[in-house]
Design a protein around this ligand. Structure first.
Ligand code: PGA
Length: 253
């Protein structure tokens, strides 16, 4: 099996002003100085991207956007183009987060356009997928994941396994304090890796990272990361407080 360096990503959602985000980034930078063997990414709000990027420019913590538009420019009031977030210093872009899908009506087609647009400017999409509680109860988890992966990645070719990250985030576990058991998460991750094998071949798929997201905390990260197909985490609430997030990066220590 390919060795995959874990990625711990923090999604700050609609929290923190520019100065607050810069403070948190400064704390993280010092808390994580010298930590190796794990990649770290923070996704602040758009208005804090530049300042956070500046604080982290000589740290090994990457910065990501939480969303983007698929067009490169134009009359799209309120939207941000991929080239803009790239120029603001981003390496990653979270795409298709369940809050975007559920609250802002993003479809798999939109997600696909965004993935392609991000790749076109050299951003690494973090493609979020996951089932609702009702879908899980109706035994539709795999069919939902199947659809989200196939439609989200339709026509998407990848040069390297590091060009794309997938995040499995069961909706019932986001912000609820209810984490999937590590067995439930592993089962979904293995299924997703199987889909990636079909799309990109075994060697590529085995080297691609699949993150788990949904109420990840310092006390459950080690168990999750210990599973074969779980290669890191996308952390919401617990990423807002630097000390807590640093403990997650250090896998619970
Ligand atoms: P949570 O959010 O860690 O607060 O559950 C995860 C996410 O939305 O990515």
């Amino acid at each position: 099996m390919a060795t995959r360096i874990p990625l711990i990503a923090g999604n700050w959602k609609m929290f923190k002003t520019g100065p607050e985000a810069a403070d948190a980034a400064r704390s993280l930078k010092s808390l994580l100085a010298g930590v190796s063997g794990v990649d770290v990414m923070i996704a602040p709000p758009f208005t804090a991207l530049a300042t956070v990027g500046d604080v982290l420019k000589d740290a090994s913590i990457a910065v990501g956007a939480q969303n983007l538009h698929w067009e490169s420019q134009g009359a799209f009031t309120g939207e941000i183009a991929p080239g803009m977030v790239k120029a603001a210093g981003c390496r990653h872009a979270i795409i298709g987060h369940s809050e975007r899908r559920q609250l802002f009506g993003e479809t798999d087609g939109d997600v696909n356009r965004k993935v392609q647009a991000a790749l076109a400017v050299g951003l690494i999409p973090v493609l979020c997928i996951g089932e609702t509680e009702a879908e899980r109860e109706a035994a539709q988890t795999f069919s939902v994941l199947d659809k989200q992966v196939r439609l989200g990645l339709e026509g998407v070719s990848l040069q390297n396994p590091g060009d794309l990250v997938v995040a499995y985030e069961p909706l019932w576990a986001i912000g609820t304090g209810k984490t999937a058991t590590r067995e439930q998460a592993q089962e979904a991750h293995a299924y997703i890796r199987g889909l990636l094998r079909e799309l990109y071949g075994e060697t590529m798929a085995d080297a691609m990272r699949i993150l788990y997201g949904g109420s990840v905390k310092p006390d459950n990260i080690a168990a999750l990361i210990g599973m074969d197909d779980i290669d890191g985490a996308l952390v919401g609430g617990a990423s807002l407080e630097p000390e807590t997030f640093a403990r997650i990066v250090k896998l619970g220590d």
